[in-house]
Design a protein around this ligand. Sequence first.
Ligand code: FPP
Length: 248
Amino acid sequence: MLTDVNYNPNLPVPNHIAVIMDGNGRWAQERGLKRTDGHLEGLKALKRVVIATHKMDVKVLTAYAFSTENWKRPLSEVNYLMGLPKVLNDEILPDLIENNVQVRMSGNFDKVPLNTKKYIQNAIDRTKDNTGLILNIAFNYGSRDEITKAVQAIATEVSKGDLKVKDISEQTISDELYTAQLGEYADPDLLIRSSGEVRLSNYLLWQLAYSEMLFTETKWPDFDEKVLQECVGEFQRRNRRFGAIDTK
Ligand code: FPP
């Protein structure tokens, strides 16, 4: 679908790319492997994509690693996914550190097992002074859950008398979302979903209001620098108007 689109290093790249890393299970099943093998390959693909986005001078990569709905999967698969932050620490973190990547997390940690949290926190702590690409891992993340929590926080401020209803702005809401930690890059410029599925699956619903969206047939474990360049090449050909008209 995107194969003839060339990425031009001299044109602007998206500051923030969000990815839905879909297709791990199907990729594994096609090869007679276990679904969890697909997730492990997916983690390796994420490492490739992090290094490639870093090379392109993208500022933030937000990766959907575990959604608030993924708890509905079989326990063995959930447990495997909860173990991936340890694999990230053991096998990928050194490369991330070498590439000056900062690891961050967006999500609701209340239900995340302690051991999983420990590895996530370790990756955040060990990369906190890095200054390159932010790898923002969406873990136990759900956009409706995030917006609900924001509404609760704002309503609490109003009920205490610390905030007037008339002063609630779009920025007030953005400031209460997990992505507030990304500052000026909170909203993705480009969303990529792999594996041919065309839906948002409760991902960054507020933040994607003006993002360009790209859906590729490539299953996530096959995603690499070349596919990323094709996606960014397509982004560079888009004409973003943010609701205004083209004045060129
Ligand atoms: C969706 O594919 C993928 C997931 C639910 C997990 C994605 C996780 C990774 C790629 C590893 C990254 C992990 C960390 C901790 C950074 P699917 O299983 O729904 O695929 P299918 O639609 O083919 O079944």
